[in-house]
Design a protein around this ligand. Structure first.
Ligand SMILES: [Zn+2]
Length: 139
C-alpha cells in the first residue's frame, strides 16, 4: 500500500481566488453538515438588531467580557463570578448566577434551558439579549 506522501503530487497551480473559494466551500459544507445540526438559514440571529446580534454571538462563542474569558486571556486575576458560586461563563450568567435571579425570573418565568436561550427562536434570542443588556454584566 502506498502512502500518499510517497506518491508524486500532481502540480496544480491554483490562484489565490480559487484556493479561497475552495476553502470557503469546504468550510460551508462542514458548517452546514447535517451532523452539526446548525442551519444558518433557519437561525433567527440575522433578524435581530446589530446590538442584539453582537450579544448573542458573543454568548455563543464565549468571546465576551465575562471573567471566564478574561481569565483565560490573562486579563483578569480570577474567572470566579462576583457571586462566588462558579466561573463567570455565559452558562453561569444565563442559568445560575444568584445575582441575576430576580431578572432571570422576570425574563423567563418558566424554566428555560440554555439551548433555547442561546439558539432558540427569534423571541428567545430577543429575551436573552434583553436579559444581558439589563444585567450587571457586560458582554
Ligand atoms: Zn454569578
Amino acid at each position: 500500500m502506498y502512502c500518499s506522501i510517497q506518491m508524486e503530487q500532481p502540480n496544480h497551480c491554483q490562484s489565490y481566488r480559487e484556493a479561497k473559494t475552495l476553502i470557503k466551500h469546504r468550510w460551508k459544507e462542514k458548517f452546514t453538515n447535517k451532523t452539526s445540526g446548525y442551519k444558518p438559514h433557519q437561525d433567527p440571529l440575522h433578524l435581530l438588531s446589530r446590538a442584539e446580534q453582537a450579544i448573542i454571538f458573543r454568548l455563543r462563542t464565549g468571546h465576551c467580557c465575562l471573567k471566564a474569558l478574561l481569565r483565560r486571556i490573562g486579563v483578569a486575576e480570577s474567572a470566579t463570578c462576583d457571586c462566588g458560586e462558579g466561573d463567570q461563563t455565559p452558562e453561569h450568567v444565563l442559568q445560575a448566577c444568584p445575582l441575576l435571579d430576580q431578572l432571570r425570573i422576570q425574563t423567563w418565568p418558566d424554566q428555560t434551558d440554555l439551548r433555547t436561550k442561546m439558539w432558540g427562536a427569534l423571541e428567545d434570542l430577543e429575551r436573552t439579549s434583553m436579559f444581558m443588556a439589563s444585567s450587571r454584566f457586560r458582554v
